[in-house]
Design a protein around this ligand. Structure first.
Ligand SMILES: Cc1cc2nc3c(=O)[nH]c(=O)nc-3n(C[C@H](O)[C@H](O)[C@H](O)COP(=O)(O)OP(=O)(O)OC[C@H]3O[C@@H](n4cnc5c(N)ncnc54)[C@H](O)[C@@H]3O)c2cc1C
Length: 269
């Protein structure tokens, strides 16, 4: 039997796979999205759920990257306001880490690098008088408030996959890509479903959106790469409520690591 042929086969039903499938289907390509578990079952449902422009990347002069992320933040807030909300952050100022003028300059850039219609701009705050100063140590007198957003991450993935399907894509969950061979004109890809049944499909383009398993998929597809994936770990620690106001905090450590303190009702409405 002739294998079904697609323009694009996307491997991985996280936010990257679902987003790529939606984009490709929207461009009129025939698309198959394969996820071996469920949509958003892994990294994309365990994020900190922030839609941010990447304030801290300004310190590395990544202006282009931050600008793109800020533009996209606005697009997302407009396109799915039922699963995304603005979130105000407080950055307590620690003069040992960087001078106030530098932070103010960073905040100015963050406010103005991209067009901003929904979120309010940044401002400084007297932590001795503002509610956000209450749970902090006494030496924090001054802070900066800026905007980002938060999202129900798993729903974002599901909605992207549903939209991809409405635009003609085929979305298969519980379907693993177990082998892929590049032929003279296309890829021959073997899919295995939950019952262990295998079938072959063809595609012109194979997209590796396998997240932390991106290296494993390179092995499956027998693609040699000199680059290694470096996995990054983040931890979410749930503690008893320490404050009642709706603001979140961003704390910077001297070793440049960042700690967020986010009210849990934001995470689980
Ligand atoms: C602790 C933490 C906090 C984060 N917080 C944020 C945040 O606040 N904001 C933000 O924007 N980003 C955040 N991120 C980053 C963000 O979560 C990731 O960049 C994103 O979820 C990666 O999505 P993905 O689609 O690449 O991977 P995944 O969501 O892991 O999806 C990959 C999928 O591929 C599937 N797969 C693998 N191999 C195969 C195969 N052979 N066949 C079929 N399917 C396969 C897997 O089952 C998996 O579902 C955070 C990340 C971490 C770890």
């Amino acid at each position: 039997m002739q294998a079904v042929q697609y323009d694009v086969l996307v491997v991985g039903g996280g936010i990257n796979g679902a987003g790529i499938a939606r984009d490709a289907a929207g461009r009129g390509l025939s698309v198959l999205l394969c996820e071996r578990d469920d949509l958003a079952q892994h990294t994309s449902s365990n994020s900190t759920k922030l839609i941010h422009g990447g304030l801290r990347y300004l310190e590395y002069y990544e202006f282009g990257l931050v600008r793109k992320a800020l533009q996209e933040r606005e697009v997302l807030l407009k396109s799915a306001p039922h699963i995304m909300w603005p979130l105000r952050f407080v950055m307590p100022h620690d003069s040992h880490l960087r001078p106030a003028w530098l932070i103010r300059a960073g905040m100015f850039l963050y406010d103005h690098l991209a067009r901003r219609e929904i979120l309010p701009g940044s401002r400084s705050v007297n932590l001795r008088r503002h509610a956000t100063g209450e749970p902090l140590r006494d030496h924090f007198r001054k802070g900066f408030i800026y905007s980002d957003g938060w999202v129900q991450d798993a729903r974002l993935v599901t909605l992207c996959a549903m939209d991809a399907r409405e635009r003609g894509a085929t979305v298969l969950t519980r379907t693993a890509v177990v082998s892929a061979r590049r032929g003279p004109r296309d890829w021959r890809v073997t899919l295995r479903d939950e019952q262990g049944k295998e079938r072959e499909v063809g595609c012109r383009l194979l997209v590796n959106a396998a997240g932390p398993w991106v290296g494993e998929l390179l092995g499956i597809a027998q693609v040699a790469s000199r680059r290694q994936v470096r996995l990054v770990k983040g931890s979410h620690i749930v503690v008893k409520r320490l404050f009642d106001h709706p603001y979140a905090y961003i704390f910077q450590n001297p070793d440049k690591r960042i700690i967020f303190a986010i009210p849990t009702r934001t995470i689980t409405p």
